[in-house]
Structures are given as structure tokens and as C-alpha cells.
Design a protein around this ligand. Structure first.
Ligand code: FAD
Length: 354
């Protein structure tokens, strides 16, 4: 029975939504998370991060949950530019100085399980937020479709964590105020039993393409490819076919994939837009890609999602409870915290335009 009042309703239950539900649970009586996807859906968005990502997980109290997913920690990589190859070691600044990559099919359920372990978080899936009730300029509730039935719930705070293609953000009036069109197409697939090192990643930077292989579990690897649109146009081939051809042609990955096996389809996204929306308004807040979408080419989306969750958590923790917390000024706080990530990503996505 979901109808009734929830102090917090979170729409979207992946990195941003599940982490936010976990982080806010101590400050709310009841939290409802609804996610439109099925638990078994292949989610072709990667999640790899470096030391700064580890720090962000730690700040939310979720690093142990992430480490328990079993992905290896990597302390260096093989870096190929053209035909030149160098072995790099990451600077050992502290205990967080490693890179990790966890498949979303493992990471996202682990985060939802952690949120549910709080005891006052209910997860409904697949369930879709279909409409938002706004009264006197303030969000009051949401219509949720689950099992073919619509239920109306009310809430003190509606959190939208429904990703970069969110329709609900427009419904609450969170119009994007900064948009940068990206020329990069990002593709990935997972493999098993590759004869590659389990403690190092591999980067190959070629003309308008970046190929990355990261170990992400026991005998599991993710191979990702960023392709520039001008190269896609020049080749005149569907990006998925280019992915296959370019992975096979790579001197390190080509022989490896012949020895191993691809375990998922090749998926990804193109024609994406970097985008910033306001983070909060009366009765609502945006976390993760919904409010702040960085192009995946710099692999900072996970950290950005966690930073937005942490900023919201800190504000609510300062008030002691969700209801009554003052959420004004979060947009500026978030934009200041993520400015370097935005500038770095925009410079690669649209060089010379900022
Ligand atoms: C191809 C690709 C590669 C990437 N690689 C990296 C990387 O290497 N490193 C990195 O840090 N980042 C990477 N990113 C970015 C990263 O994946 C995102 O920043 C991150 O997933 C954002 O998480 P999120 O929880 O905000 O949104 P999402 O993961 O998009 O989750 C949104 C959820 O909301 C649900 N939803 C949508 N609408 C509704 C609705 N109406 N009702 C209920 N539920 C709804 C969806 O089903 C989904 O489960 C990559 C992205 C892509 C596309």
C-alpha cells in the first residue's frame, strides 16, 4: 500500500536516487523510492571513478557498500597515445588513491539494498512517476504507476533522480540554464575471462576516439569507446559496428577479446547534452544527472551525482529533519562544488567555446 503521505519520495533508484535515499533516511520518517526500470535491465551507462569518486562515496558513508561489490582496485594504467605506450602509476596520496569500475548491474542494486537496510526506505520497481501535483507553486505529491494502477501520494520533498532525460524536471519548472551539445558518442560492453591484468586499466587515445578497458569484477571487464561525431560521419558506419571493429583492431584488446567472451550487448548513447538545471525549488530537489549532466567523456558523472546527494544531505542534516529544511541556495553551492569538473568536461566537449 503506497498511497498516503511520505516525507520523501525519490523518483529514480540508481546512483543518485539510491544514494540520496540512503543519505536522507536518518532525517525522515518514511522514504519511498520508485524506479521505472526492471532490476534485470542492462543499463549501458558506465560507472568508473578515481580517488575523488572514492572520497565522495566515503563522504556519504557508502564506500564499504561499493567495495563489497567486489570490483578490483586499480593503482595504475597502460596509456597508449597513437603508437606510444607508457605505464602509469597513480600518485599514492592516501588510502583513497585508486580507481574503480563497477558494473551498474551490480552497483545499483547494492545501493538500493543499502538504502533499504535503513529500515524506513521502501523501494517500488518497476514503478513510474507519471504526474506531479503542484499546488500554490509548491510540489505536494506525485502520481505513481505500478502494476497498471495509478496511486497518488503526497510528500514534503520530491527528489528527482530520474536521469538526464527526465521529463519530471520540466514539470516542476526546473528549466535548464546551461546547455552544451556534445559531439561524443559513448559506447560500452562487458566481457569475461580476458587475458588482461586485473590491477590496471588500459587507455588508447587515437584520432577522435578513446578506447578504455577497466577490470570491474571477478574476471570481468568493461570496454568503453568514446567516438567523435565527425569520425562517425566520416566512417559512415553505425557506431556499434565501429565499436566492434575498433576493439578488434586494437593491438592489446583485439587478441584479448578473442580469448574471452562478451557478456552483454553493446550499448551507450550519443547526441547528449551537458546540462545544468536549478537544484531545488518549493517542495522539490534534483540530484544526479537530472540536474547536472556532465558528458561521460571525462567519467565524472558518478562523482557529480554523489556530490549533489551529499550537498542535499548536509543541508537537511543541519536542519535535523527533511520537513522544514531550507533548500534555497543549493544551486550555487552545487555549481561551485562541481565547477572544475564542468570546466574540464566542457573544454573537451566544446573546445574554445567557454
Ligand atoms: C555511455 C555512458 C558511459 C558513462 N561512463 C561513465 C563513467 O565511466 N564514469 C562516470 O562517473 N560516469 C559515467 N557515465 C555517467 C553516469 O553513468 C551517470 O552520471 C550516472 O549514471 C547518473 O546516475 P543517475 O542516478 O543520476 O541517473 P541514471 O543512472 O540515468 O538513473 C535514472 C533512473 O531513473 C529512472 N526513471 C526515469 N524516469 C522515471 C520515472 N518517470 N519514474 C521512475 N523512474 C524513472 C530510470 O529508469 C533510471 O533507473 C556514463 C554515462 C553514459 C551514458
Amino acid at each position: 500500500m503506497i498511497a498516503g503521505h511520505w516525507e520523501v519520495v525519490v523518483v529514480g533508484g540508481r546512483i543518485a536516487g539510491a544514494s540520496t535515499a540512503w543519505a536522507l533516511a536518518p532525517y525522515a520518517e518514511r522514504v519511498l523510492v520508485v524506479d521505472a526500470s526492471r532490476a534485470s535491465t542492462f543499463w549501458p551507462q558506465q560507472s568508473t571513478w578515481d580517488r575523488t569518486g572514492n572520497l565522495a562515496w566515503s563522504e556519504l558513508g557508502l564506500l564499504d557498500t561499493v567495495l563489497a561489490c567486489g570490483a578490483p582496485r586499480t593503482y595504475g594504467d597502460t596509456y597508449r597515445v597513437g603508437d606510444d605506450v607508457v605505464e602509469r602509476e597513480y600518485p599514492r596520496e592516501d588510502e583513497y588513491s585508486y580507481r574503480m569500475s563497477v558494473s551498474r548491474e551490480v552497483l545499483d542494486p547494492a545501493l538500493l539494498t543499502a538504502a533499504q537496510s535503513r529500515g524506513n526506505v521502501t523501494v517500488l520497481r518497476p514503478a513510474k512517476a507519471r504526474d506531479i501535483a503542484i499546488d500554490d507553486g509548491r510540489v505536494r505529491g506525485v502520481t505513481i504507476q505500478h502494476g497498471g494502477i495509478d496511486s497518488e501520494v503526497t510528500c514534503d520533498l520530491l527528489i528527482l533522480a530520474d536521469g538526464r532525460l527526465s521529463r519530471n524536471a520540466e514539470r516542476v519548472g526546473a528549466t535548464a540554464y546551461r546547455v552544451v551539445e556534445s559531439p561524443w558518442f559513448a559506447l560500452l560492453a562487458y566481457y569475461e575471462n580476458l587475458p588482461l591484468p586485473t590491477d590496471r586499466s588500459y587507455f588508447s587515445l587515437q584520432d577522435r576516439s578513446v578506447l578504455i578497458s577497466t577490470p570491474c569484477g571477478d574476471k570481468q571487464w568493461c570496454i568503453a569507446l568514446d567516438l567523435h561525431q565527425s569520425l562517425i560521419d566520416e566512417i559512415g558506419q553505425h557506431p556499434v559496428r565501429s565499436y566492434d571493429r575498433m576493439v578488434r583492431a586494437d593491438p592489446r584488446l583485439g587478441p584479448a577479446i578473442v580469448a574471452g567472451r562478451r557478456t552483454t550487448s553493446i550499448g551507450g548513447a550519443g547526441r547528449m547534452r551537458m546540462m545544468r538545471r536549478p537544484m531545488s525549488g518549493p517542495g522539490w530537489c534534483l540530484v544526479g544527472d537530472t540536474g547536472y549532466h556532465l558528458d561521460p567523456v571525462t567519467a565524472q558523472g558518478t562523482r557529480a551525482a554523489l556530490v549533489t546527494a551529499r550537498i542535499l544531505r548536509d543541508r537537511i542534516a543541519a536542519a535535523g529533519r527533511v520537513s522544514g529544511a531550507d533548500l534555497t541556495g543549493l544551486t550555487d553551492e552545487r555549481d561551485a562544488a562541481l565547477e572544475e569538473d564542468w570546466a574540464y568536461t566542457e573544454q573537451i566537449v566544446a573546445p574554445g567555446q567557454s
